[in-house]
Write a protein that binds this ligand. Structure first.
Ligand SMILES: Nc1ncnc2c1ncn2[C@@H]1O[C@H](COP(=O)(O)OP(=O)(O)OP(=O)(O)O)[C@@H](O)[C@H]1O
Length: 302
C-alpha cells in the first residue's frame, strides 16, 4: 500500500494513507479517483507477485497484464505514433520513445531476456529500469509499471521474499534527479551516476524498511504482552495478527478471521479500545478501530 501510494504520487496521483485504509476497510461507494488508482496499482503489484511466485518468470504478456490493471484499459502496447516525454514547464520534447508495435514488442522481449539471463544484480536493476522507461511501451502507466517490475526483479533474484521494499519513497524525494538522470543516460550515456543513484536508493530504502519492520515487530510484541496480562482474557494469536493486518480494523474482519460471532468480535474490539490499543472512530454508521501505533510507524520515512 505504501509503495503503491508513493509510486503513484510520482505521477501526481495523490491520495492519503488514511483515504487508502478507509477505502479498503469502510463500506463506502465514494472512493475518490486518485485513491482508486492507487488501489489498482496495489492490485497490479500483488498480481505480479503472484505471477512470479507461480512460474519464477516475468514475460512480456505479464508486463502487459500488469499495465492493464494499473490503467484499467485494454490499449496495451502502443501502436499509434505521437508519444513523447515533454518538459511541462517549457513544453519542449525531451525524449521520443521508439514507435511501431512490433519493434516495441521485440524490445520488450529483449528486456525480459535480459531480466532472466545470467546472474541477477542491483546494477542490472538500474539498467533494466532505464531500459524499460526508454522503451516506454504504453500510452500511459509506464512509470508505474516500470517501478513494479523493479520490485518483481528483486523478488525473482532472491533479494526480497515479498514485495516490501519501499523504493518509490526515495524516488519521490528525488524526483527531479530521477528524471534528470534518466535523460542523461539517453543524451550523454551517463550510466554511472544513474546506477549509483538507484543503488543508493535501494540502500536507503532497505535500511528504512528494516527499521520499520523492527518497530512493527516490537509494537506487535508489546501489544501481545498487554492483551495477555489483561483480565478480560481475550488474547489469541489470530486476534493480534488481525490488528496488524488491518490498521483500520472492523468487526467483520474479526468475525471472519477468528471465526467468532459478531457479539464476541465487537466485545474484543471494544476491550482493545478501552485498553488504548485501538482508537474507535465512527465513519458513516460504521465503527472503525484504528491501530494508532501501527499507523504512526507506517508514516516514518515518508
Ligand atoms: N528522459 C526519460 N527517459 C525515459 N523515461 C523517462 C524519462 N523521464 C522520465 N521517464 C519515466 O517516465 C515516467 C513518466 O512517464 P509519463 O509521463 O509518460 O507517464 P506515463 O507513461 O503515463 O506513466 P505513469 O502514469 O505511470 O507515469 C517517469 O515516472 C519515469 O519513470
Amino acid at each position: 500500500m505504501q509503495e503503491s501510494k508513493d509510486s503513484s504520487e510520482i505521477e501526481n496521483i495523490i491520495t492519503t494513507r488514511d483515504e487508502l485504509y478507509k477505502a479498503v476497510s469502510v463500506t463506502t461507494k465514494k472512493i475518490d479517483p486518485a485513491t482508486k488508482e492507487v488501489l489498482y496499482y496495489r492490485e497490479a503489484l500483488y498480481e505480479g507477485f503472484m505471477k512470479i511466485q507461480k512460474r519464477n518468470l516475468l514475460s512480456v504478456n505479464d508486463i502487459i497484464d500488469l499495465q492493464k490493471i494499473i490503467v484499467q484499459n485494454e490499449a496495451g502496447i502502443r501502436s499509434n505514433p505521437g508519444t513523447a516525454l515533454i518538459n511541462d514547464k517549457t513544453n519542449e520534447v525531451i525524449y521520443t520513445p521508439p514507435e511501431n508495435n512490433d519493434l516495441i514488442r521485440s524490445l520488450l522481449e529483449n528486456l525480459t531476456k535480459y531480466i532472466h539471463e545470467g546472474e541477477g544484480s542491483l546494477t542490472k536493476l538500474a539498467i533494466l529500469h532505464y531500459q524499460f522507461e526508454s522503451i516506454h511501451p504504453f500510452y500511459d502507466g509506464n512509470g508505474r509499471t516500470g517501478r513494479i517490475i523493479n520490485i518483481l526483479y528483486l523478488i525473482l533474484n532472491g533479494y526480497l521474499e515479498i514485495p516490501i521494499l519501499y523504493l518509490s519513497s526515495y524516488i519521490i524525494r528525488n524526483k527531479k534527479r530521477y528524471y534528470e538522470l534518466l535523460l542523461k543516460v539517453t543524451q550523454t550515456n551517463e550510466w554511472e551516476e544513474w546506477i549509483v543513484f538507484i543503488l543508493k536508493g535501494i540502500e536507503l530504502t532497505a535500511t528504512d524498511t528494516i527499521k520499520k519492520i523492527r518497530k512493527i515487530r516490537s509494537s506487535l510484541d508489546s501489544t501481545i504482552e498487554l492483551i495477555k496480562t489483561d483480565a478480560h482474557k481475550i488474547y489469541s494469536k489470530e486476534l493480534v495478527e488481525s490488528l496488524f493486518l488491518h490498521p483500520y480494523c472492523k468487526i467483520e474482519f474479526i468475525t471472519r478471521e477468528l471465526n467468532v460471532e459478531r457479539k464476541a468480535a465487537s466485545r474484543y474490539l471494544h476491550t482493545l479500545s478501552d485498553l488504548g490499543i485501538l482508537e474507535l472512530y465512527k465513519i458513516g454508521n460504521e465503527n472503525i478501530f484504528i491501530n494508532k501505533e501501527l499507523m504512526e510507524i507506517l508514516k516514518i520515512g515518508t
